[in-house]
Design a protein around this ligand. Structure first.
Ligand code: FES
Length: 367
């Protein structure tokens, strides 16, 4: 193998204008730094998920990857202190005639340390056992000073019914009791920067949305989501969770990988004013894109309506409404019946054509 392969990068006058630059030379992505009057080149592909290191920033002597912030020494390519072995290639440079050249034969090779995969990254496999129903409450309230919530009440009724009458295992997750970060837009950096498990989950051990991911992706057969109506929309906690679910949907975009195949979702929507159909439409659209299936009549809902600004009476009505509580029980019954059929082998096919679906690939000639 050739020990030298010098290639021109560009004019030093132009390349020295920036502290860190991503360049591509003969198909090789490089992170070029200019620091203390010296040019240094390391690989432009991060060891983690291939992020463009030259599009990051310099933190002292280290290049910080723009995707998930791994660090590599700008001159040697070594990982940050404590992770020196996890290194990206480094390359020699020289300046001749006002031009910068790089030897594309690396002086040090790439070396990736094995990283224990996150527990959520395991294969999705349904074990033996009764149908499992997860209830997700998205209602916001002060956990130290709880109040009555109509949507929570109906959700708890449904879960009790699933357990007592249908023989299911159940789990109730109240989002308000979890500490979790907002989606920080990894997808906006690049589709592949949005990872499964969620980049935040992998980086922040204190983030508790892993419980929701575990329930939705690995554990539950049925997910019931309960929300109040807030200004004609699901609750803010619902949207905070939904944005963090981007990583589940994005696996289809980046890896053609459908994480959710035999899962059923149903919804409970309760509000003082109206807009039930819009709230349900949002939830159906979003959970449909995640890969969920729906029973016939996939939501139960109640609202007093635009002119009935009497929340006390609305609360009292939901509390004592036998019909609404029976409706919640029947929603979970329909959902469990569908889940049972899916578990018995009536699942979705392995291959589902991407054409026309979200993020389907348009050939250049067709676009
Ligand atoms: S830190 Fe570089 S790709 Fe994740």
């Amino acid at each position: 193998m050739a020990r030298e392969d010098w290639q021109e990068v560009g004019l030093v006058d132009e390349l020295g204008a920036r502290e860190l630059t991503q360049v591509r030379v003969k198909g090789t992505a490089l992170a070029l730094s200019f620091k203390g009057g010296q040019y240094h080149v390391i690989s432009g592909a991060c060891n983690h998920e291939g992020g463009p290191l030259g599009e990051g920033r310099l933190d002292g002597d280290y290049v910080v990857c723009p995707w998930h912030y791994w660090k590599f020494h700008h001159a040697t390519g070594a990982g940050e202190p404590g992770f020196e072995d996890d290194r990206v290639p480094s390359y020699d440079t020289k300046v001749e005639g006002g031009r910068l050249y790089v030897n594309l034969v690396p002086t040090t090779p790439r070396h990736k340390n094995p990283h224990e995969p996150h527990p959520l990254a395991r294969k999705v496999e349904r074990g033996e056992g009764p149908v499992r129903v997860a209830g997700l409450s998205t209602t916001v309230m002060d956990v130290d000073h709880p109040r009555y919530s109509g949507s929570d009440d109906l959700l708890e009724t449904a879960l009790r019914h699933a357990e007592a009458a249908l023989g299911c295992e159940t789990e109730l997750i109240r989002l308000r009791e979890l500490s979790f970060r907002h989606c920080e837009g990894f997808y906006s950096k690049a589709a592949r920067a949005c990872t499964w498990p969620c980049s935040i989950t992998q980086m922040d051990m204190g983030d508790q949305l892993d419980r929701v991911y575990e329930a939705i992706v690995h554990w539950a057969d049925v997910v019931l989501v309960a929300t109040p109506i807030r200004w004609g929309a699901p609750s803010s906690l619902y949207f905070k969770m939904a944005e963090r679910m981007n990583c589940v949907q994005n696996q289809v975009t980046t890896h053609n990988r459908v994480l959710l195949r035999t899962k059923v979702a149903g919804f409970i929507i309760v509000g003082g004013q109206d807009n039930i159909q819009a709230v349900a439409g949002q939830m159906l659209g979003f959970f449909g894109e995640l890969g969920f299936l729906f029973p016939q009549f996939p939501y139960v809902a109640h609202s007093r309506g635009w002119t009935a600004e009497d929340m006390e009476r609305n609360v009292a009505f939901v509390k004592k409404s036998r019909e609404l509580h029976e409706g919640a029980e029947e929603l979970v019954t329909r959902s469990v019946e569908l889940a049972s059929r899916l578990l018995a082998g009536e699942g979705t096919p392995e291959h589902i054509c991407r054409g026309g679906r979200k993020a389907h690939r348009m050939a250049e000639t067709e676009a």
